[in-house]
Design a protein around this ligand. Structure first.
Ligand code: ADP
Ligand code: ADP
Length: 225
């Protein structure tokens, strides 16, 4: 079965104006359960637009966005927000951790917001931090962690509520090449161990090659490599 099905998406900006631009046109994409898909795109091709639509942060002009069989493209904001919180995990180029909280608290807080009891949330945070090799850094604030460690905590936070799909935009793009490779391998291990499905945008073709499938986005269309 498919976790995410995007069908015939169209997205324009400045609709009806002289500077109207068609970013996505008749774009379709399926992510089967457990599959890790790489998204490679030149700058300006619409990668952010596509990730925002898949992440229920933006809506297409037409087409559908099905998450685990439910079309959410036209759903109310509250429904989309709930689905985003329960079913999606996000990782960006920058970690966006809360600076005044420890690594553990950064992973606990989204679970509390999702109704998980504190004890259970702390146990899950400890388990996730252990999986990425950061048990000894659990009590540190982000400023006391290296870039690679910060990003590993961000991966744990993205998985905190057990999402069905991970959406990542250049998850190691802010790290030096050696750290990037190591931290990316940690992410892939975490994704594989948890059986997570993922759509991971990257400019790094060597990293893309480690995924199950590579899709290239350009001029509004997707092609498989
Ligand atoms: P990418 O992430 O691949 O660089 P984006 O999805 O950010 O591409 O943008 C695709 C195109 O749409 C670019 O030409 C960009 O300038 C344009 N664009 C993005 N967001 C907006 C917006 N809010 N209003 C107008 N044009 C936009
Ligand atoms: P990058 O690190 O790739 O430059 P960011 O991490 O700043 O990008 O975020 C990517 C985009 O997703 C931004 O446009 C940001 O506003 C948006 N975004 C991230 N998280 C949320 C959220 N929880 N709700 C709404 N928009 C979000």
């Amino acid at each position: 079965s498919d976790v995410l099905v995007l069908s015939a998406l169209e997205k324009r900006y400045n609709r009806g104006k002289p500077n109207e631009i068609v970013v996505l046109q008749n774009l379709s994409l399926r992510i089967p359960k457990g599959q890790v898909t790489a998204l490679v795109a030149p700058s300006g091709a619409g990668k952010s637009t596509l990730l925002h639509i898949a992440g229920l942060l933006d809506t297409p002009d037409s087409g559908t966005v099905e998450l685990e069989g439910t079309d959410l493209s036209g759903a109310r904001d509250g429904v989309r927000t709930a689905a985003r919180r329960e079913k999606l995990g996000f990782v960006y180029q920058f970690h966006h951790l809360l600076p005044e909280f420890s690594a553990t608290e950064n992973i606990v807080l989204p679970q509390l917001a999702n109704g998980v009891a504190r004890k259970a949330a702390e146990a899950r945070a400890a388990d996730l931090l252990g999986r990425v090799g950061l048990t000894s850094r659990a009590a540190h604030r982000p400023s006391a962690l290296s870039g690679g460690e910060q990003q590993r905590v961000a991966f744990c936070r993205a998985l905190a509520n057990g999402p069905s799909l991970l959406l990542a935009d250049e998850p190691t793009g802010n790290l030096d090449p050696t750290t990037s490779d190591t931290v990316f391998d940690v992410l892939m291990e975490l994704v594989r161990e948890t059986g997570l499905s993922a759509l991971i945008a990257t400019h790094n073709l060597a990293l893309a090659a480690k995924m199950d499938r590579v899709l290239r986005l350009d001029a509004g269309g997707l092609t498989e490599e």
